[in-house]
Ligand binder design. Structure first.
Ligand code: SF4
Length: 387
């Protein structure tokens, strides 16, 4: 149930995440907070989201937003006009900084050429397509609601609409996928010349049909060797295509890193609104009601939809910033950690860090701590030592 325990410290933030928890259908592997068959809630949800945004603004005020990110779910199931209506509301409240990055996630089956024109004219300047594969066989087995041809068309329509910052999400490590299969998908994706590419290995999340398939032996997860070979192939092919890896799973053309996500990996403050959205402010993390109908009801009643909040003390927040930041290829800047937390990283980790350095798994260079190429396949073990 929602509680009226309100928002926290009034600190200025310039990053905003909006969660749209609806999808046209549910993919077999999906554990995100998303629901299909909820079209009857769309108008109500838009109104509730706008109301929460007004509430956030009245609590925090704040400077113009640097990044706005509509994620889901599939934001574009609300319709382009609905998204622009929400975005207009944000602009009236906060306005944008110069060069603000305004992104939405989209699934190919939910946007027509006309929708994409409306989104672009309505102020969105970055779009992230959930494509996952360009093999119809894979898409069918993942339970995706679009074909490869539809995905390609959506990307071409987005370019025509004037988007010059387009991300494609892809998944590797699908059941039965060989290195050659992955090479084919990646080759085709790179032929489309995306500005940004996110590549995640498919992982079985408990509670999903895909997880049940894996548990029952109907689907296989790739062996470690194959996963590593896929990662290495991704890195090399992206490099050749001019997409530099800047985070474990993300590659970008020059100047096209996702600034909203970089803010997240820096563990910086971010406003958030919408069902299930998580905000982070001054060491305090707050999560909202996940169920969209309950979320609407709560906001309509004038209550805060926050159901859970966690306060990290200075050291816990420091360690979390280190862990999240090491996902970035350039690593974390020691001085900025010192300035932010008053903690000297080498002294704090002491012999643990010395051991990792001696093993060549991490390095200190140019004022940054980063995981080395040698250490990258062992990232999880490294992070466990630092957490
Ligand atoms: S489109 Fe994305 S959020 Fe929606 S069900 Fe599929 S994976 Fe989940």
């Amino acid at each position: 149930m929602c509680q009226d325990h309100g928002y926290f410290t009034k600190k200025l933030m310039s990053s905003l995440y909006l969660h749209i928890p609806f999808c046209r259908s549910k993919c077999r592997y999906c554990a995100f907070n998303s629901y299909s068959g909820q079209g009857h809630l769309f108008v109500r949800y838009i109104a509730a989201l706008k109301r929460e945004l007004s509430f956030l603004f009245s609590e925090y005020g704040g400077r113009p937003l640097d990044t706005v990110f509509f994620g889901g779910g599939t934001p574009t199931v609300l319709g382009a006009a609905g998204l622009v209506e929400i975005l207009d509301h944000c602009q009236q409240l906060w306005g944008w900084s110069k060069q603000a990055e305004i992104s939405t996630e989209a699934n190919p089956e939910t946007v027509s050429a006309a929708d994409l024109i409306l989104l672009r004219r309505g102020g969105f300047n970055r779009i992230s397509f959930g494509v996952q594969s360009l093999s119809d066989h894979d898409l069918l087995s993942l339970g995706r609601a679009h074909s490869a041809a539809r995905a390609i068309q959506a990307l071409e329509d987005a370019r025509q609409a004037g988007f010059d910052n387009i991300n494609l999400d892809l998944m590797s490590g699908l059941h039965g996928q060989s290195l050659q299969d992955w090479r084919r998908v990646l080759t085709e994706a790179l032929t489309l010349k995306p500005d940004h590419l996110s590549v995640y290995q498919l992982t079985p999340e408990e509670g999903t049909p895909y997880y049940d398939d894996v548990m029952a032996g109907r689907a296989l997860v790739p062996e470690d060797d194959l996963s590593l070979a896929m990662d290495a192939l991704t890195w090399e092919m992206c490099r050749q295509a001019g997409l530099a890896q800047y985070e474990v799973s993300n590659y970008a053309q020059s100047g096209k890193k996702c600034r909203h996500n970089v803010n997240y990996w820096l563990n910086s403050d971010s406003l958030a609104a919408g069902a299930g959205a998580v905000s982070f402010n001054g060491g305090q993390r707050a999560r909202r009601l996940e169920d969209p109908a309950e979320y609407c009801q709560c906001v309509e009643a004038g209550h805060s939809p926050i159901v859970e909040s966690e306060e990290l003390d200075r050291e816990a927040s420091f360690r979390e910033t280190v862990i999240v930041g090491l996902r970035m290829i350039e690593g974390i800047e020691i001085q900025s950690l010192q300035d932010r937390y008053g903690i000297d990283l080498p002294a704090y980790y002491g012999v643990v860090l010395t051991g990792l350095l001696a093993a060549g798994l991490v390095e200190l260079a140019g004022g940054f701590l980063r995981i080395t190429d040698q250490g990258r396949p062992l990232s999880n073990q490294i992070l466990e030592k630092l957490v």
